[in-house]
Design a protein around this ligand. Sequence first.
Ligand code: PMP
Length: 402
Amino acid sequence: MSDLAAAAAAELAALEAAGRLRRRPLIDSPDGRVVQLRDQGGRRTLVNWASNDYLGASGELTVRNGAARALRSFGAGSGAARLLAGGLAIHRRLELALARWLGCEEVLLTTTGFQANLAAVTSLVGDGDAVVLDRLCHASLYDGARLSGARLHRFLHNDPADLARVLAGCAGARRRLVCVESVYSMDGDEAPLAPIAAVCREHGAVLLVDEAHALGVLGAGGRGLCAELGVRPDVLVATCSKSLGSQGGIIAAAAPVVELVVNRGRPFIYSTAPVPAAAGAACAALDLLRRDPGLPAALLARAAGLRQGLAAQGWSVPAGRTPIVPVLVGGEAETLALAARLRELGHYAPAIRPPTVPEGSCRLRLTVTLAHRDADVRRLLKVMEGIRKKEEGGRRKEEGLP
Ligand code: PMP
């Protein structure tokens, strides 16, 4: 074994000992509702509680057909970056459709949502500027902030008063960019966007809101939490990889802001444009939402049923209304054991551990989608109730109680 391979193996062993080793599952996914997990030589069908395909769009025939049409018309790959020969009509069609739907001046499509955040943040701030992030912001916002060369500051999660304090402390910076998510990916909670926007206005700061988990989920027709609250951020970032059942990052802003990202955003400039099928699928998913603006409400109703059921059983489930339903467990070992037990019982919900979430807040992150059936939720609740009762029985026995 080379020195590097031996060092890597030692690092992996340390991760495993800490309960933090990650492995790639092998999944055949006939639709968004179930996964077929291949493990130990077999293939098992499990109900999938780990997908962000909130509306079940990726499995919809019209969305698959949208992908197929784009594939046939434009080919399998885009062949080049957008600014070279990869700027296809299907990309522009999606940008224009999103701009019209969101009611904003201009939209830029990037290859992934991660790249959208990298490109937006690094285009807007640099040396001499400050980026102020909510503590729980996604890795892509943190990485964009670090790459930008601006000074990185953090404020307490969802705390506008702390944001005001941090902004006052970096008043000397040339430009101050505040980054928040509208729905946090691992907690499913919503940002108090109106007070956050007010603090930004008061301090002359620029506001970027990542709506990755809110698009298609909240707001009229699924237009997101900014739309619901009437907040207009300077930059709205989102992704086609969740409710739009496809792939590709979205940056929505005033036209000059978007054009600046086109000229400065290295993750956009130097990466091959999204594959045509991804853009075609996202166009079709957007049509789906426009035709049936009631989809988000149906999703929230299903999420409410699961959240209420789990809370009634005594699980630690934070209040909320989004389809991200975290079940807080605590340590790595207990969370891995709970995930393994669920898997034995037919449900797929991986354990979420640090560094994705803070120390001591390991959890199952359950996501409800419209691809599920009501019976799936009922079955999961029954299984979770059984596990809970067994745990309680074990505890009482340990404490010598009858
Ligand atoms: N922002 C947030 C809040 C996310 O949760 C994610 C995906 N996990 C991204 C951005 C990145 O999006 P994509 O998967 O399209 O790269």
